[in-house]
Write a protein that binds this ligand. Structure first.
Ligand code: SF4
Length: 309
């Protein structure tokens, strides 16, 4: 399955996700990634899933009366790595007039072809967590070929060309990119990119790649938003990025897990979710204290948190 949701997203309303990658593929290895570590960084663009396969699923969904405010291309990693991204956006537009959003880590915005492909989207949501090389390496742990100034240059070029809206997300990690000096540097850079319409401040949730990646307090988030100026706003602590917001399926998953503990694979099959979506739902439910993991016969099971061992 290459479509997931729809899920209510504070940033995008009812958002139907599209995953053009199918399994985690990313050029970064962010310490806060809810999908876990990127064991092998991917730096080359390629086709992961044929456009026709994704469009077939989307058409079935829409023909069946499926609702969505936004069709959001995100998925299990960095969607601009999908070489068919532009073709996919064009194909979606042929079958629906719903708004299209793309969530990206922004690394490939330095590629003119990627910028051109993204021009078909209505909203692009890049993330940019650090504005110095040292903080970028600490938080985002990029592929060795990626330099922060090139990424900033790509963002600047994109903002100058793009006619849709750009909403930038900054994921704040305690002690890594949250000092006033970090934020002043972000402000200094972002003030030179007026094409960014909104700057959205977010922080880490408990299910993240590295246990040492800690969230910051609500007060700190508000302070950072204040330092960043009038375009900045705080988005909910447990919302995750809009890529990771899954409240609409949460109840259904909890109902299923109450009946019996299940492995992640069983969940995926039972709920008809993608692997990525399954991981997100289960991690959020663990974060919220509803679900816990257990091991039996060397297998990992998920069960309700109040169930005895
Ligand atoms: S948070 Fe996004 S950009 Fe960072 S490693 Fe995960 S998928 Fe890649």
């Amino acid at each position: 399955m290459y479509i997931f949701g729809p899920v209510p997203s504070r940033r995008l309303g009812l958002s139907l996700g599209i995953d053009p990658l199918a399994s985690k593929s990313c050029n970064l290895n962010c310490v806060y990634c809810e999908l876990g570590r990127s064991f092998k960084l991917v730096s080359e663009r390629r086709i992961f899933v044929p456009t026709a396969d994704i469009i077939g699923e989307l058409k079935t969904y829409l023909d069946g009366g499926g609702e969505a405010d936004f069709i959001t291309i995100s998925g299990s990693g960095e969607p601009t790595l999908a070489l068919n991204l532009g073709e996919l956006i064009g194909a979606i537009k042929k079958i629906t007039d719903k708004h299209i959003a793309v969530i990206t880590n922004g690394v490939l915005l330095s590629d003119a072809l990627v910028r051109k492909e993204l021009s078909g989207a209505d909203v692009v949501l890049p993330s940019m967590d650090a504005f110095t090389e040292s903080a970028y390496i600490k938080v985002n742990r990029p592929h060795g070929s990626i330099k922060v100034n090139t990424v900033i240059g790509g963002l600047r070029a994109f903002a100058a060309e793009y006619t849709g809206e750009i909403w930038l997300e900054i994921m704040v990690v305690s002690g890594m990119n949250d000092s006033d000096a970090d934020i002043f540097e972000a402000r200094r850079v972002l003030d030179t990119i007026p094409g960014i319409k909104r700057i959205q401040i977010n922080t880490v949730v408990r299910s993240r790649a590295e246990a040492f990646a800690e969230p910051v307090s609500d007060e700190k988030m508000a302070h950072i938003a204040m330092l960043l100026g009038t375009r900045a706003e705080v988005i909910g602590k447990f919302m995750g990025s809009s890529l990771h917001t899954i409240d609409s399926v949460e109840d259904a998953v909890l109902e299923a897990i109450k009946r019996r503990p299940m492995t992640a694979e069983e969940f995926q099959r039972t709920m008809g979710l993608t692997k990525v979506e399954t991981i997100r739902v289960l991690n959020l439910l663990i974060d919220r204290g509803f679900v816990k993991k257990d091991f039996f016969n060397a297998k990992e099971f998920y069960k309700t948190a109040d169930e005895p061992r």
